[in-house]
Write a protein that binds this ligand. Structure first.
Ligand SMILES: Nc1ncnc2c1ncn2[C@@H]1O[C@H](COP(=O)(O)OP(=O)(O)OP(=O)(O)O)[C@@H](O)[C@H]1O
Ligand SMILES: [Mg+2]
Length: 511
């Protein structure tokens, strides 16, 4: 091993998937104990690079050296032996196993004796505690954990294997602000221990906070690598999308029809799940109503109850002024003017990954395209084409299985799917998660357009600036209740964060 060699040295790396060039002659190197950001549009090749380094994908050409040693391709064990560990974008945890079992994989925990099992559990408990994750019980099944917690377990699993190089593929896209702070502290600590970290994110603020340098990929090509202070945010946007982008957020025109006969959607004293308690709100046609809150404050239960995923313990839901019972999601889609949900976990809920993009998009509205027993494929195609064009989903999405798309493009298909249902009420739960800056802009424009057309949008985001810039009104949740209501210019990061952290609940400009 060459003591002066960089941690990672990639030369002439290329990878094609049929017609798609995912990596195009990429050469770059990353120093020891360096924290390097890897950024680029959806489909730019970031995850492909991570998977090549992890031994999951065999490239067509090129070499990879880790600490000076050439690593053979397509062999996860070889990557592991060279000290590479990865927290993958589409989490790799096994849902039917516990946290302990997942952290111990690939060993055979089922074959362990009771004594070894107890020992293993203690090791995992200590490991989680060391990372500040003592709140996660080692005995819980992965399927019982929410997405942010699974993400933290995925990270803990990678760190538990003592990496020399840690690859983090969009670890923050599901995390709330306080968890992002947690990860920031962890990265600092890992760097101090001499570990090299590669950090993928679509959020420039995090990249600046955590990383000392940044590599930009575009269409599979290495655009360049820079010290973080050498490039401004405007430079970075231009490097990422190859052109400059004016304002990220569209102007917020007030289209609220608060004089409508009835709110588009209202909740009256809603209680559901373990968290949501006595929550009342109204959402007017033409309004974008934001929901703010730290992770686990009842926002997920609120969205799930409004979409018929979980039942109500108390209260009633009113759609267009009429009480509705939503026993399941198809009740919600078919009720009155219709309710759509862009869900939290596109991997397990939003998309059927084996179906093509087109089939995924038209699934909820297939009735509209079926005459008697067959589906009018022509009409289906036209409708799906229109929605995809609007979201700039690649035309290939029509035919390819959703699983072959990059993470962000999967999210776009999930949104397209619900736009096609043309519901008057749209529930959007963190819709821009994992979406690149150019497409985020498209989604923002789209949300404001939908409002202008009279749709009512309930919008939750883990990114507070989105709530500030996009919403007509914001409700802040704390411990299962709405504790503050903000309107228009009274909405700021500070007026949201104070009550979100349990501070004195201001009510400004309530509607
Ligand atoms: N298994 C696969 N089969 C076919 N095409 C693939 C496969 N994996 C990736 N691709 C394609 O390769 C390109 C690069 O994908 P990749 O997942 O590396 O993008 P990314 O930069 O990670 O994007 P995102 O920000 O959306 O996660 C995309 O066009 C994608 O559709
Ligand atoms: Mg990716």
């Amino acid at each position: 091993m060459d003591a002066s060699a960089p941690a990672i040295d990639v030369q002439g790396l290329s990878k094609r998937f049929e017609a798609t060039v995912a990596l195009d002659d990429v050469s770059l190197s990353i120093g020891r104990a360096e924290v390097r950001a890897l950024i680029g549009e959806n489909g730019a090749g970031k995850s492909t690079l991570v998977k090549v380094l992890s031994g999951l994908i065999r490239p067509d050409q090129g070499t990879v050296k880790v600490f000076g040693d050439t690593v053979p391709f397509g062999r996860p064990k070889a990557a592991y032996r060279h000290g590479i560990q990865t927290a993958f974008q589409e989490l790799t945890l096994i849902r039917d196993l516990t946290v302990t079992q997942n952290l111990l994989l690939p060993y055979e925990p089922v074959a362990f004796s009771q004594i070894r099992k107890r020992h293993a559990r203690r090791l995992v408990e200590a490991h989680l505690a060391k990372l500040g994750l003592e709140a996660i019980s080692p005995d819980r099944l992965i399927s019982d954990l929410d997405l942010p917690t699974r993400q933290k377990v995925e990270i803990a699993k990678a760190i538990g294997r003592k990496p020399r190089v840690l690859l983090l593929d969009e670890p923050t896209s599901t995390l709330s602000a306080s968890d992002v702070d947690w990860l920031g502290r962890l990265i600092t600590q890992l760097k101090a221990e001499g570990i090299t970290v590669v950090f993928i994110s679509h959020r420039m603020a995090e990249v600046r906070r955590f990383c000392e340098s940044v590599t930009v990929l575009r269409n599979g090509k290495h655009v360049g690598s820079y010290k973080i202070d050498e490039v401004s945010d405007t430079d970075v946007v231009r490097l990422i999308i190859g052109r400059s982008l004016g304002a990220i957020y569209p102007p917020r025109v007030d289209n609220r029809k608060a004089d409508a006969a009835a709110p588009a959607l209202a909740g009256d004293g809603l209680s559901a799940g373990a968290m949501l308690r006595d929550t009342s709100f109204v959402l007017w046609p033409g309004e974008v109503l934001g929901i703010a809150g730290l992770q686990g404050m009842g926002q997920l239960e609120l969205f799930e109850a409004l979409f018929g995923v979980i039942g109500l313990k108390a209260g009633k839901i009113m759609l267009g002024g009429r009480a509705v019972t939503l026993a399941n999601p198809s009740d919600a889609v078919n009720a009155g003017v219709g309710i759509s949900l862009v869900p939290e976990d596109r991997k397990s809920e939003g998309l059927f990954l084996k179906l093509s993009g087109k089939d995924n998009a038209s699934l909820p509205v297939i009735d509209r395209f079926s005459r008697f027993l067959w589906v009018d494929r022509g009409a289906e195609r036209k409708a799906v084409d229109r929605v995809f064009a609007r979201l700039q989903v690649h035309p290939r999405a029509l035919y390819k299985p959703a699983s072959s798309f990059s993470g962000g493009n999967q999210q776009k298909i999930a949104i397209a799917k619900w736009l096609l249902a043309d519901s008057k009420v749209l529930l959007m739960f963190d819709p821009t998660r994992g979406v690149d800056i150019g497409t985020k802009h498209e989604i923002y424009v789209l949300i404001r357009e939908l409002a202008a057309q009279g749709h009512a949008v309930l919008f939750y985001s883990t990114e507070v600036p989105e709530l500030v810039n996009l919403c007509d009104r914001v409700l802040v949740m704390y411990r299962g209740r709405i504790v503050a209501e903000l309107k228009g210019d009274a909405i700021s990061e500070e007026t949201i964060m104070t009550p979100a952290l349990g501070g004195s609940a201001a009510t400004a400009g309530a509607a």
